[in-house]
Design a protein around this ligand. Structure first.
Ligand code: GLA
Length: 678
């Protein structure tokens, strides 16, 4: 692509051919230069087993090509045709409770099914052979959102596959019995054939078994993705292959995107704002930062978002005027090489007909269409940012496997919630105008060294190696801030030896003698003692912090208490601590604070990290930088109802209005501005 990408999912098979010409003409009017085609077209491409019909797709691609529109060509392997399921009902996945899902929707796939794997490879090969070197082809879009709506399958084929996966992982049964702690409740296995997937059990199921099954399910899907990718690399050399992720923890929770990010030629992400969340731009920013991070900071592509209503949410709330552009350009600010939508033209039939589109049911005489055309021009004007990278100020450690482990049954409190903590810390950093990268707990030393501040919102599962990694980061001079119930278990969900938090005890300079989960609705107050960092101005300035859900009896071993519990089960004891370790500092927060109450804690840790506060920037005015060979770009997104004045490091040219910008940029309410600094 020579510009940023602009376009969306295009499903011409839902429309008679005479509509296609109008589609292409309107796409050109809107500045569309890339569309995703054929994602759900298997039944149309192979109406009967072995009989292929490419005529219609040839014509669609030629029309697009003639219009100068590039194609992200789908492999339609997320919905095998009805004839396939009739011949292979065993390829429909089985739930944990033993129910086999039915055809009639999408994404009903047993990833261990040999019949599915073979049929998917056949259609992928046929597409690769036919279109692999087509000049309109910009990339391959494999499958659709692995992991959504279902990833795990508990059928007999999956069970056998799981056993061979385990045999490869553990080698010997003894190693598996040790890892799973099967001495507990008499679960020891004497033969591989005795092992089953963790199907519904009368009471709590072995957590290590469940965790391994979650890993296995991801690996099975990944193997299928790799099979398609390898075919396409062979048949279509030089054309990037990707699959659309859903990295937002609100939208997919079964895929370990740290693993998948390394498997795609370009990270592509789908994101839908949660319409009823007043500040849903924060969830959007978090998803965009995760998308960039799982690719290691590389530019990525927003492959789907919505122009307005999202049909699968409880209420299809329409976006307000300007909201779509703020959403789209916020993704671009955070590293996306364009803005793509689901979908081009609103469907007349099927489950998603009330989902918004670039071309709504109302047609071109509509607000949505006018905003789409305007956005197309903005995206075109932003061509110079292509290839630049978003500059982050700090990093958050997030780990999908730890999340899976933490949310299994019978944890010390049902209110512990990895996702909630990650979102709360992210929001608190967002409100401090700190741009965040995400990193895995085992990130390389050099990668971590680039961040003055590393925040660990919830890392229940922390391997010994990850613990050592975080310790070294601090010893090297970093500032680490860890939230409660982190560092507790190893990769098999077994508690680390010695007192909690085993993997992080040394770096934090303390011991958790006892967990003190709070009762539902119970609150505790955290008091800053004399001489501790004062609470900066802000809501409730000077008053104690309030925690809920969780408290701990802490015994310091080198750390100093900074806030102590004023009441509650750990009254008088340390609540938030600070530990000098090597050349750096490690903070620990032992209760659940709201994003607002986290602010003074982050302020104190940021001071250690040398991150200056941005009191010059109003709340909900997003300021993000992209930097690279083509220049330094400042994106300002004003989510507020008032004009914002944002200081610039130096003058520049605003790309959307082509106006000069001096030291202070005025951004109207609801608007976006992008300044290329001189
Ligand atoms: C997902 C899918 C699309 C569509 C949209 C609707 O992202 O990939 O096919 O269903 O959701 O929001």
């Amino acid at each position: 692509m020579e510009r940023l990408a602009f376009g969306g999912d295009y499903n011409p098979e839902q429309w008679p051919e005479e509509v296609w010409r109008e589609d292409v003409a309107l796409m050109r009017e809107a500045g569309v230069n890339l569309v995703s085609v054929g994602i759900f077209s298997w039944a149309r491409l192979e109406p009967r087993e072995g009989s292929l019909d490419f005529g219609w797709l040839d014509r669609v691609i030629e029309l697009l090509h003639a219009g100068g529109i590039r194609v992200g060509l789908g492999t339609p392997t997320v919905v095998p045709p009805a004839w396939f399921y009739r011949a292979h009902p065993e390829a429909l996945p089985v739930s944990r409770e033993g129910q086999r899902w039915a055809f009639g929707s999408r994404g009903a796939i047993c990833h261990s099914s040999p019949a599915y794997q073979e049929a998917a490879a056949r259609i992928t090969r046929a597409l690769g052979e036919r279109y692999g070197d087509h000049p309109a082809l910009a990339m391959w879009h494999v499958h659709n959102e692995y992991g959504v709506p279902v990833l795990e399958c508990y059928c007999e084929t999956s069970a056998a596959h799981f056993r061979s996966w385990l045999a490869e992982r553990y080698g010997a049964l003894k190693a598996l019995n040790d890892a799973w702690g099967t001495a507990f409740w008499g679960q020891a296995y004497g033969d591989w054939e005795e092992i089953q997937p963790p199907r519904a059990t009368p009471t709590a199921c072995n957590p290590a078994q469940r965790l391994d099954f979650a890993r296995f399910a991801g690996d099975s899907a990944l193997a299928n993705y790799r099979r398609e990718r390898e075919l396409l690399h062979e048949l279509s050399p030089g054309v990037p292959v990707t699959t659309n992720f859903m990295v937002s923890p609100r939208q997919c929770d079964t895929i370990d995107y740290w693993r998948w990010g390394q498997e795609v030629d370009i990270v592509a992400n789908d994101h839908y704002t949660m319409a009823e969340d007043d500040r849903n731009h924060i969830g959007l920013a978090m998803a965009a930062d995760l998308s960039r991070s799982v690719g290691g900071g590389r530019p990525w592509l927003l492959l789907e978002h919505a122009t307005s209503a999202v049909n699968w949410q409880p209420r299809g709330i329409a976006k307000a005027p300007g909201e779509m552009a703020r959403n789209s350009l916020a993704h671009v600010a955070r590293g996306s090489e364009g803005a793509m939508f689901f979908q081009w033209r609103a469907s007349r039939a099927g489950a998603e007909k009330f989902h918004s589109a670039m071309l709504p049911h109302a047609g071109t005489d509509s607000r949505i269409w006018r905003e789409v055309v305007e956005l197309g021009a903005y995206v075109e004007a932003l061509a110079p940012v292509r290839g630049t990278r978003t500059a982050a100020d700090a990093a958050i450690v997030f780990d999908w496997q730890s999340w899976w482990a933490q949310r299994l049954e019978w944890r010390p409190s049902q209110d512990l919630d990895t996702r909630e903590r990650a979102e709360a810390y992210y929001a608190a950093l967002f409100d401090r105008h700190v741009t965040v990268d995400f990193v895995p707990p085992d990130a390389e030393r050099e990668r971590l060294a680039g961040y003055p501040l590393l925040v660990v919102p919830a890392l229940y599962l922390t391997t010994a190696a990850a613990g050592a990694n975080l310790r070294r980061y601090v010893a090297d001079g970093g500032t680490l801030l860890v939230s409660y119930f982190s560092g507790i278990v190893d990769e098999h969900d077994a508690v680390h030896p010695g007192p909690h938090p085993g993997a992080l005890r040394e770096v934090l300079g303390l011991v958790v003698e006892e967990f003190q989960p709070l009762r539902s609705g119970q609150r505790v107050r955290l008091q800053a003692p004399m001489g501790a960092p004062p609470r900066p101005s802000g809501p409730g300035g000077g008053s104690p912090l309030t925690g809920d859900v969780w408290a701990e009896t802490l015994v310091t071993a080198g750390a100093e208490p900074v806030w102590t519990y004023a009441d509650g089960p750990a009254a008088g004891g340390p609540a938030i601590t600070r530990h000098r370790h090597g050349d750096g500092t490690a903070w620990y927060v032992s209760s659940r604070l709201s994003a607002e109450d986290l602010d003074p804690v982050l302020a104190a840790a940021s001071a250690d990290a040398g991150i200056a506060p941005r009191e010059d920037l109003p709340r909900d005015v997003e300021v993000v930088r992209r930097e690279g060979e083509s220049g330094s770009f400042v994106f300002v997104i004003n989510h507020t109802g008032a004009e914002a004045k944002v200081p610039l490091a130096r003058p520049g040219t605003e790309l959307l209005t082509a106006e000069r910008a001096d030291g202070r940029l005025a951004v109207p309410s609801g608007a976006v501005r992008v300044v290329r600094l001189d």
